[in-house]
Design a protein around this ligand. Sequence first.
Ligand SMILES: Nc1ncnc2c1ncn2[C@@H]1O[C@H](COP(=O)(O)OP(=O)(O)O)[C@@H](O)[C@H]1O
Ligand SMILES: [Mg+2]
Length: 248
Amino acid sequence: MSAVTLQCVSKSFTRRDGVQLEVLRNIDLDVPERSIVALLGASGCGKSTILNIIAGLMEPDHGALLLNGTPSDAFGDWRSMTYMFQEDRLLPWRTAAQNVAFGLEASSLPRAERRSRVADTLELVGLSQFADVFPHELSGGMRSRVALARSLAPRPSILLMDEPFSKLDPNIRSQMHAEVLRIAALRDVTIIFVTHDVEEAVVLANKVVVLHPRPGRVRLTRPMELPYPRDPVSPEVTEQVRSLRLSL
Ligand SMILES: Nc1ncnc2c1ncn2[C@@H]1O[C@H](COP(=O)(O)OP(=O)(O)O)[C@@H](O)[C@H]1O
Ligand SMILES: [Mg+2]
């Protein structure tokens, strides 16, 4: 079963000077349920636009978005999807727990249930001890964990990740990759992970979709069948990285 399908999706923007900018052309994408699909491409090739269309924040000009095989009416499915961005977007005046709770505020969950969800999710990302700490007191990696917990607290069926770790140091970044893989195995979640980093795509994804810019098109789709965890310096991974780099 496919969690998300894009069929021949195209999108243009009109620039301020009136010129049409074709951003996506005939994008076909299939994201199987409980898979991790990486969208890999250079800056400006339309990766974030694809996520925005999947999230229902933007309408495609042509083509279709299907969720669980059904045409989506942009609004109806938002509760089952959450977003994690490049910046952690934590609220500085709120504690870690209050930031995680933020994602639940629009929900109708009873207060006690919300509180236990927040505690469970902080525990899931290894931050139980830091529930009452403010963002400025946390390291970059811990802030990233809080942001991950905030996106997991609503128990989304689909998690959209837009270069969420690109500002972290390489070793912290690897730790976050391990966290994502651990959590994806525990939770019933489908992940669409946007990155411009080939190694990150190979280490995480079951399937890598390479995009080409101007306009954004799918260059190739490659299943990644290497067993997890994937060691970035192993010959199997470095070979995949090398061959995908050539296609970029
Ligand atoms: N709302 C918008 N209005 C006009 N142009 C946009 C808008 N959003 C994105 N773009 C343009 O579309 C192209 C693709 O953007 P984006 O999807 O953010 O790419 P990526 O995430 O791969 O870096 C860029 O050239 C960007 O400037
Ligand atoms: Mg982007």
